[in-house]
Write a protein that binds this ligand. Sequence first.
Ligand SMILES: *[C@@H]1O[C@H](CO)[C@@H](O)[C@H](O)[C@H]1NC(C)=O
Ligand SMILES: *[C@@H]1O[C@H](CO)[C@@H](O)[C@H](O)[C@H]1NC(C)=O
Ligand SMILES: *[C@@H]1O[C@H](CO)[C@@H](O)[C@H](O)[C@H]1NC(C)=O
Ligand SMILES: *[C@@H]1O[C@H](CO)[C@@H](O)[C@H](O)[C@H]1NC(C)=O
Ligand SMILES: *[C@@H]1O[C@H](CO)[C@@H](O)[C@H](O)[C@H]1NC(C)=O
Length: 555
Amino acid sequence: MDAHLFVLAALATSLFSSRSYPSVMSRYSFLLLAALLPVALSQLAGTNTAENHPALTWQKCTGTGGTSCTTQSASIVLDANWRWLHQGTNGFTNCYTGNTWNTTACPDGKTCAANCALDGADYSGTYGISTSGNALTLKFVTDSQQPNIGSRVYLMAPGSTTEYQTFNYENQEFCTTEHLILNGRRFDVDVSQLPCGLNGALYFSQMDADGGVAKSNGANKAGPKYGTGYCDSQCPRDIKFINGVANSAGWTASPNDTNAGTGTMGTCCPEMDVWEANKISAAYTPHPCSILGQSTCTGTSCSAANSTQGTCDQAGCDFNSYRMGDTTFYGPGMTVDTSQKFTVVTQFIGSPITEIKRFYVQNGNVIANSQSQISGVTGNSITDSFCAAQKTAFGDTNTFASKGGLGVMSQASAAGMVLVMSIWDDHAADMLWLDAPYPPNKSASSPGVTRGTCSPSSGAPSDVESASANAQVIYSNIKFGSLNSTFSGTPGGGSTTTSNPGGGSTTTTSTPPGNTGSCAAQYAQCGGSPWSGPTCCVSPFSCKAISPPYYSQCL
Ligand SMILES: *[C@@H]1O[C@H](CO)[C@@H](O)[C@H](O)[C@H]1NC(C)=O
Ligand SMILES: *[C@@H]1O[C@H](CO)[C@@H](O)[C@H](O)[C@H]1NC(C)=O
Ligand SMILES: *[C@@H]1O[C@H](CO)[C@@H](O)[C@H](O)[C@H]1NC(C)=O
Ligand SMILES: *[C@@H]1O[C@H](CO)[C@@H](O)[C@H](O)[C@H]1NC(C)=O
Ligand SMILES: *[C@@H]1O[C@H](CO)[C@@H](O)[C@H](O)[C@H]1NC(C)=O
């Protein structure tokens, strides 16, 4: 009974959502028999549609308060799996239709790569992806002739069409103060249109910056310009090409996703989920692996019961405020009001990283993350000890620790990780692991089972894709830099703000977090061991022992 298995299955099946190009194109197949003749043994770049990466700016910051930032002019690229895959660079016969490969073009993975080309993307028309200045919009379902569902894009290096941007904490450490690895990541997110069952995700994967071109020994001619090289901690097996070899061997079409399937190979790498969310629930989750960088897996090295034999920690160590016991912190009209825009700040503290902290900024207020209210688990940030306590409290196997915990996340960071942004629904577990009771066969009231207010019957892709076709996520104002360099606001927004259901929020004071004169503010700590701060609460709140003897809070 492991939540792990479900969580991993959920991500494994869904991070892909492979797209094939409208199959109507295959009607032009008579045009090109010649296309089948391999010119060179390589995965090709198609030329039917010019590939133009949508521009996106982001900022590198120093100092404090988001005032010393320099703008980087970069762009984003659509992942290869969503692209039209056809025979020959300028052919029109599909290599992959729906969820099956053309066995003539693809008798084996190498021949398939030599015969098949990834084509350029019509970003807004086909995929519902658009950018404007520093904002990226990802639409869930497009109105195109053949609706596209979900998408996944990567940030390119500034001015480059052939290399992904990597985020490397060593560089950060170099130009900033001590104890900093991947610090001060900040972005504004608008999830107000994302209901149950959807996931707007922003995360880092330790993909190769060259999209796997070097590892392909010349077989991958498409590269980052066409979004190749994806990997993550679920070791997904739906990826169509891995290091220049098609995953067509042993491909099994998904029984419940007309666009996806799985091959015998999976592609693994450490993953830092900075943000996985809809308007009901949110989580941030590091996932270490026993192998650093991209690695190719088969069988149980891809995934196994409760992650123990798999290459990666598929479950991860998640901080989801609702799951951690604060049911009024994140959601529409709540402390972090998801019916409005807000800013998410994630701090990676220490070299190596010892703690990952979360702040929100909304309406000028800096809101500290919610505190755990689970018996035996203290704190409002991810540390190795928080994860150990959480796994014990929830009865989960601690594969986060067995795959190396925060130490491995630090090493992955040092090597550089690629920024991924996506919107997706979940063909394996209906996203219940994010926003509802999960797994279904455990009591919803058992510790760690309920993750949000969505119904256990919500989130089926068929429902979500019809009822929430217009959903979208907008990521804007991405900043990266030293600790405290990317944001400003009135401290203590979460601690000193009273939420009026339906009436927005009222800032009652602007004193530092958790301290209003001699008594602690709402949600602030007011006791525990060790604790030397105030032990009384401002009116009308009272000091409640949340996790005795360690933590009491004003509620
Ligand atoms: C819950 O379901 C999982 C997967 O089907 C199974 O392995 C586990 O034994 C079940 N647990 C209970 C308590 O029924
Ligand atoms: C598969 O590819 C071959 C060779 O190009 C082509 O003749 C055939 O029509 C294709 N099959 C489908 C179903 O597209
Ligand atoms: C999970 O892993 C532990 C440790 O390897 C093992 O003892 C346990 O049986 C596993 N549980 C399941 C459900 O596979
Ligand atoms: C969809 O199919 C996958 C296998 O490809 C399976 O693991 C998953 O449970 C299925 N999901 C649903 C909701 O039926
Ligand atoms: C960031 O700001 C917080 C709150 O003001 C402070 O506690 C922390 O020490 C600062 N960190 C750095 C590295 O300046």
